[in-house]
Design a binder for this molecule. Structure first.
Ligand code: MSK
Length: 630
């Protein structure tokens, strides 16, 4: 392995502790302090048995008060809360997807946004039955954007992307009445069902939760991923680095954070502009470094190799380095703490979306029409701020790892097919991957996703699980903050193959891949869904028969619950390390872990002991193999 060594969680924590010392000097607050103030958490909230959907309450369920004022019991209250949680997540992902469709609609050959992957646009158009012959690519882009936007509100029919699924799954969804209709309808129906005096039956609430999740994963998120690829390019393997050490003390540091790549792509363009670099040099910097946090980071690392400064619970750390000239945010997962924190330093906290407006920020509204001009303004503002740095506060932890990222579905298929077929075309086939699985060279795959969360020692569950799984010849595909945990640790360095079992190590060597494959941002879990659907179609198996499971060991957001519902809904057993506030209802626990299996042939397992969670996943994969006789 030469000098390769994983970075440990203890080393992450030591680096954070050093940054918090700087924070203490300037009176900065931190999530570590706020967790202490909020602990212990409200037990009613944790169990999901607090109801405040009407003004007769709030009602809380106890042994002495088993029903709310309207008569709803714990099962109905927990179920409604769960569905509302899902609707929040489905709305959020899907609205992100909608914005991307609008960006595509505004794409123009001489505009800020162009079609970078016309071949993918044509493939999707043909999939949707749209005539492409002789059509100008921008006319086609606008037509496809309109059709995609119709998926959000069409009065009849189901999501177009469903046609990518095996017929068996489509039939399951129709039979169970969970096939997703218009994306906005699934969100609105969910909120209608949870209104006072509507549904209080756990079975119905879980059924709609799965349906709303499917509207996200096989609707809004898929629009987000697929049309982002059309606009910004479909990711291919690319080298980058991860962790706070990617920031450069001699450069102007701009950190992009959030989810929507429309802004960050433009920031990257202008940070690369020779005029801007010359301007930064004229003010004493050696250059400009753009790095990222959360899924905006995943978007730009996948396509441009922009380094990842960190994940969700590291967002305050980038400011605490004292070397961040601007943290530029779009939507989702942005701590309101960044406003007051940035005031303790010279950092500009720049909000850009009407969807995510926060106190103590410089609000520079960003829109498709003004993208270039606003991105330039933001980059210039960051450069101007370089002079305001306080050198005595600057400390960037010397900690980073190499990572190979950019494993879109197309890239995974191509690299694996390329091992056996040197003539592979742009899409290739999943046959070599299936052969690796059926022969037992690979035991299976885990889709590791989601956030980090102070309830779990941050990043430790992601990293420990991945290490154990790859040692057992189970390949990992990952997105979101889980992917960044892996990259920070070094698990996306190709040299991490030496931590694998003999089978996975061989695959990594032959295909020249790391054992943990970065598939992108949270919306890109849709890439994983298309991958399993393709594997099922190519093998003739049902999705639920594949030795594949999903896992979100440290999840925290509403989006993660929506994701969990569509992963389960697609037929993939899903393992959670944090309870989704359902422990207050045995009936909800039943429907999520067992009842749902009758509809979609998969269900949830919740286990907060991470070792047990890992064993349960390995057991599940081996059970599936045994059932197939492989
Ligand atoms: S950013 S939803 S903390 S994965 Fe997608 Fe990370 Fe979770 Fe946000």
């Amino acid at each position: 392995m030469g000098d390769f060594k994983l970075t440990t969680v203890e080393e992450f924590e030591a680096a954070t502790a050093r940054l918090l010392e700087t924070g203490a000097k300037v009176g900065a607050d931190s999530w570590q302090l706020r967790v202490k103030n909020q602990t212990p958490h409200c037990k009613f909230g944790e169990q999901g048995v607090c109801c405040r959907i009407c003004s007769m309450g709030p009602c809380r369920i106890t042994p002495k008060a088993p029903r709310g004022i309207c008569g709803c019991d714990a099962h109905g209250i927990v179920g409604r809360n769960y569905l509302k949680f899902t609707a929040g997540g489905a709305a959020t992902h899907s609205d992100h997807g909608r914005e991307i469709c609008h960006t595509l609609h505004a794409a123009a050959p001489d505009g800020a946004y162009k079609v970078k992957d016309p071949a993918k646009l044509i493939r999707i158009a043909q999939e949707w039955g749209v005539e492409t012959e002789g059509k100008d690519i921008y006319d086609l882009a606008h037509e496809m954007a309109e059709l995609a936007l119709m998926e959000y509100g069409k009065p009849f029919g189901y999501q177009r992307w469903m046609s990518r699924l095996p017929e068996h799954t489509q039939k399951l969804w129709m039979d169970a009445e969970i096939a997703p209709r218009a994306i906005d309808r699934e969100v609105a129906s969910s909120l209608h069902m949870t209104h006072m005096g509507c549904s209080s039956k756990p079975e119905a609430l879980v059924r709609q939760s799965i349906r709303a999740g499917l509207g996200d994963g096989w609707g809004g998120s898929m629009c987000g991923t697929e049309f982002s690829d059309v606009l910004f390019g479909t990711p291919t393997p690319i080298e980058t680095e991860a962790n706070l050490g990617v920031m450069n003390a001699e450069n102007v540091n701009i950190v992009v954070h959030g989810h929507d790549p429309s802004l960050s792509e433009m920031i990257c363009e202008y940070a690369d502009d020779p005029e801007m670099i010359a301007y930064a040099k004229s003010l004493g910097a050696k250059g400009i470094t753009v790095s990222g946090v959360c899924c905006t980071s995943n978007e730009v690392t996948m396509r441009r190799g922009i380094p990842m400064a960190g994940n969700f619970l590291q967002q305050e750390n980038v400011v605490l380095t004292g070397a961040c000239e601007a943290i530029v945010v779009d939507v989702q997962c942005i701590f309101p703490a960044l406003g007051p924190l940035s005031k303790c330093f010279h950092t500009k906290f720049i909000t850009t979306s009407p969807i995510a407006q926060q106190p103590d920020s410089d609000y520079i509204p960003f829109s498709v029409g003004t993208a270039a001009e606003k991105a330039k303004e933001i980059v210039k503002m960051a450069i101007d701020n370089f002079q305001n740095r306080k050198p005595e506060l600057v400390h960037i932890p010397d900690m980073k790892q190499k990572a190979t990222v950019g494993y879109s579905l197309e890239a995974i298929v191509k690299v694996l097919d390329g091992v056996t077929n040197s003539q592979v075309d742009v899409l290739g086939t999943t046959k070599p991957l299936l052969e690796c699985v059926t022969s037992g060279v690979l035991r299976g795959a885990v889709a590791m996703v989601g956030c980090n969360n102070p309830k779990v020692r941050p990043d430790s569950a992601h990293i420990d699980l991945m290490k154990k799984l790859i040692a057992n010849d189970i390949i990992i595909v990952t997105t979101g903050c889980s992917a960044q945990a892996a990259a920070k640790a070094g698990l996306m360095d190709k040299r991490a193959k030496d931590l694998c079992g003999a089978g996975l190590k061989r695959v990594c060597e032959l295909a020249d891949i790391p054992p943990v494959l970065h598939m992108g941002s949270c919306v890109d879990i849709s890439r994983m869904m298309v991958l399993v659907a393709t594997l099922a179609k190519d093998s003739g198996l049902k999705i639920s028969q594949l030795p594949v499971v999903g896992c979100a060991p440290e999840w925290m957001s509403e989006k993660a619950v929506s994701i969990g519902n569509y992963v389960v809904g697609t037929g993939i057993d899903t393992f959670l390390g944090v309870d989704p506030y359902v422990s207050g209802s045995s009936e909800m626990a039943y429907w999520l872990t067992e009842g749902v299996r009758d509809w979609v042939e998969a269900g949830y397992t919740v286990e907060t002991d991470i070792d047990k969670l890992c064993d349960a996943m390995i057991d599940r994969i081996e059970e599936k193999r045994a059932a197939l006789g492989i």
